[in-house]
Ligand binder design. Structure first.
Ligand code: PLP
Length: 366
């Protein structure tokens, strides 16, 4: 199969489309900024690779000082471990014989940590790890208000005791992702609610500590709460993901990090004065958080997508001068789900392609 990749040095306007463009200077500055902030707050960084799904970026984050990475799925973790990442936390429950066998195989090659919220799952993990002669790190997920997965403090003590006594398992600590509040636009509400969430998490850690079990890891935070959660006493590591590229949704939350991600498309039809049609479609951009914002040309806005097309409304002279073959650049509202549709980032510096960066974790949702 041929990928038809452009050569390094290709100007952005000549890149084949639709494609994801990452401004490398900006993404690198975002990585450095989170790390510096975390160092100042005295917490570790373990970035969530569910955003970038790419060992290229994981290596950059680790080189900047991250202690390891988070993955959402075993398939993502396999990609990272194969690429040489040696410290991986899976922030979700891994259920079922086949997936647990794959997780245990990874634990023989790297330091693996997995989240749990169920006693029968702990039994299954313990059996598989001890049968394979592996040691698997386990954290208990606490429901800190997102009401997705996770137990409360009492449930956490019971699970921590079970894990601490289970062959093949190492009790590492707790995680609690305050996902219900990370993208809250109002800072005061975000702060109050994130602190409430962290009180639940650190309260659970205290209960486990009182039961005589050491809690080494207390992992939390998304991009929107890094500077709030990072200052909470007892939180040991931040698992932010989106900060690296900042999608259109997060751009509306704050400007602590700079947007680095865009999607380039080409006008393929120009039959009406006030509408252009591009080659961007639902197979190359996600819309689960809304329609993309047009970055250029000015005066253009997305009307809607079909599988392979986008209709762009054109207002004003610059937009209406668009011709077939011209480029339209947009910022997706949701980075993670858009990136998951692509095989490569086109990494750009000073307006020119530096590298086509593979995304081998895309589609690895098992
Ligand atoms: C468990 C968990 N931790 C961390 C993150 C990263 O959050 P963000 O993308 O807001 O930085 C996510 C994102 O969905 C998540 O599900």
């Amino acid at each position: 199969m041929t990928d038809y990749l452009p050569l390094p040095g290709t100007p952005v306007e000549e890149l084949d489309t639709p494609c994801i463009i990452v401004d490398l200077d900006i993404a690198e500055a975002n990585i450095a900024k989170l790390q510096t902030a975390a160092n100042e707050m005295g917490v570790d960084v373990r970035p969530h690779s569910k955003t970038h799904k790419s060992p290229y970026w994981a290596r950059k984050q680790i080189a900047a000082g991250a202690i390891g990475i988070c993955c959402a799925k075993v398939g993502e973790a396999e990609v990272m471990v194969e690429a040489g990442v040696t410290d991986v936390m899976i922030t979700n429950q891994v259920i079922g014989t086949l997936k647990i066998a794959r997780l245990v195989a990874l634990a023989r090659a790297a330091k693996m940590i997995v989240a749990v919220d169920d006693s029968s799952n702990v039994d299954d993990l313990s059996r598989a790890a001890s049968d394979a002669g592996a040691e698997l790190g386990v954290i208990v997920e606490i429901n800190v208000g997102q009401d997705r997965c996770g137990v409360d403090g009492k449930g956490a003590v019971d699970l921590a005791k079970q894990i601490a006594a289970a062959p093949g398992l190492r009790f590492d600590g707790l995680m609690g992702y305050e996902g219900h509040i990370v993208a809250e636009r109002d800072y005061e509400t975000r702060k109050t609610e994130a602190e409430k969430a962290m009180a639940i998490l650190t309260g659970a850690a205290a209960q486990i500590h009182d039961a005589g079990i050491e809690v080494r890891v207390v992992s939390a935070a998304g991009t929107g709460t890094y500077a709030i959660t990072g200052r909470v006493d007892g939180v040991t590591e931040l698992q932010c993901g989106s900060y690296i590229f900042m999608d259109g949704d997060y751009v509306e939350v704050f400007d602590d990090f700079t947007p680095a991600l865009s999607v380039l498309s080409t006008v393929v039809s120009r039959q009406r004065e006030d509408v252009a049609v591009t080659d961007l479609g639902l197979k190359s951009i996600s819309v689960d958080r809304g329609l993309a914002d047009v970055l250029s040309p000015s005066g253009a806005s997305v009307m809607g997508h079909s599988e392979e097309h986008t209709r762009i409304e054109l207002k004003g002279e610059e937009a209406r001068s668009l011709k077939v073959g011209d480029k339209v650049r947009v910022r997706p509202k949701h980075g993670d789900t858009t990136i998951n549709l692509h095989d490569y980032y086109f990494g750009v510096r000073n307006g020119k392609l530096e590298a086509a960066i593979p995304i081998p974790g895309r589609g690895k949702f098992r």
